[in-house]
Write a protein that binds this ligand. Sequence first.
Ligand SMILES: Nc1ncnc2c1ncn2[C@@H]1O[C@H](COP(=O)(O)OP(=O)(O)O)[C@@H](O)[C@H]1O
Ligand SMILES: [Mg+2]
Length: 431
Amino acid sequence: MNILLIGSGGREHALAWKIDQSPLVDVVHSTPGNPGMDVIGPCFDVAADDIDNLVKLTLQVEPDLVVIGPEAPLALGLADILRARGFDVFGPSRLAAQLESSKSFSKARMMAYGVPTAAYGEFTTPALAKSFLRTMEAPFVLKADGLAAGKGVVIAETLEQADAEVDDMLSGKFGDASATLIIEEFMHGEEASIFVITDGHGAVYLPAAQDHKRVGDGDTGPNTGGMGAYAPAPVVTQAVMDRIKSEIVQPMLKGMAKDGMPYQGVLYVGVMVTGDGPKVVEFNARFGDPECQVLMKGLAGDIVPAILAAATGGLDGNEDAFESLFELERFDPTATVVLASEGYPGSYARGSVINGLAEANNMPGVTVFHAGTDRDSEGAIVAAGGRVLNVTASGASLEEAISRAYAGVDRIDWPEGFCRRDIGWRALKRS
Ligand SMILES: Nc1ncnc2c1ncn2[C@@H]1O[C@H](COP(=O)(O)OP(=O)(O)O)[C@@H](O)[C@H]1O
Ligand SMILES: [Mg+2]
């Protein structure tokens, strides 16, 4: 079968790489893709949020399955439009994708279905928000309702900072996305990323992963899109996973289906493992980046049957067969290290040449996924974004995976780049 994959990041390179290995798949078409993806299959130049042209492209390519990587086209309803045209699509409807595109919607669904999450209030006027803050304890968690490219959450240490943030957000810091503000109780614990592949009824779970959001070693400095990840994450024990399934995922899927918004695709559950059990930090309507790179690299089995079943409704009742594809015995411990442009997440330069990619890619257990890269006029790979490469490696243990990933990093010659040197530290500290 033929696939059309939408997106251009490290997540999409990893998806293309994994999907292409399936005996079920002939060609992986991507749009817009990147220099790592155009050697796997043809890439087109339609952007991931250009809905009209994505529909035209799909009609032209006639894929057997459309896989939507990023959140923007999901929030714009691309999955609905393509399904109405008769295509099988891996990705939720616009209504279901509101679990990511509106934090207010997501919190309301959690309340309605009795799913554990932080207590909260929702505000559109500063006075009410500020009086609510005075009923809470520091630190204060303030969240813009809508999509804000990972910058919409502020954790304020003092009431003064929180008040100032209320004014900023409600006066349009993120435009419409912060016209509504969520103020949440701060949850203490360790975070983990859970990915559920679902057709809206049946569900299969990938091994738990952990992301590293802060730019600096020891989880210091500003938040980023993610500087590295690993799986499996030992903070999610079997007992914790069982509670995530029964207390979070099953009631969410059941509730969404009952309310006429069955969730089809991959659901990301951002979990805080607290002393009081797992609680939801947020949902996303797609794979996390860079967690996806780790999951695709570590998975021994074929991913395509599960994503196809999620798209076509074949998961429900067949979970056991799919679950066995994803069990821990069939997953190699894996880590990914993000190489970013010096200056990221602030401003950074573009166009510096990167050497040694083929050599790094040939090292034991290593696969280098492209994110923000481009080719210059001579065909050299150059930096073209903030997060540029994902050096990903598997091993017999997480320790080995991490040391292989850093060996790959050290083989790459790119003086204008940097990375964190402590990816996986929480897992290593436990063992
Ligand atoms: N209620 C909370 N308690 C503690 N930390 C939180 C809470 N909500 C969010 N965070 C922290 O802020 C980060 C970003 O929040 P999140 O809801 O995931 O928004 P987004 O990913 O859209 O920016 C989380 O990964 C977590 O570290
Ligand atoms: Mg998040």
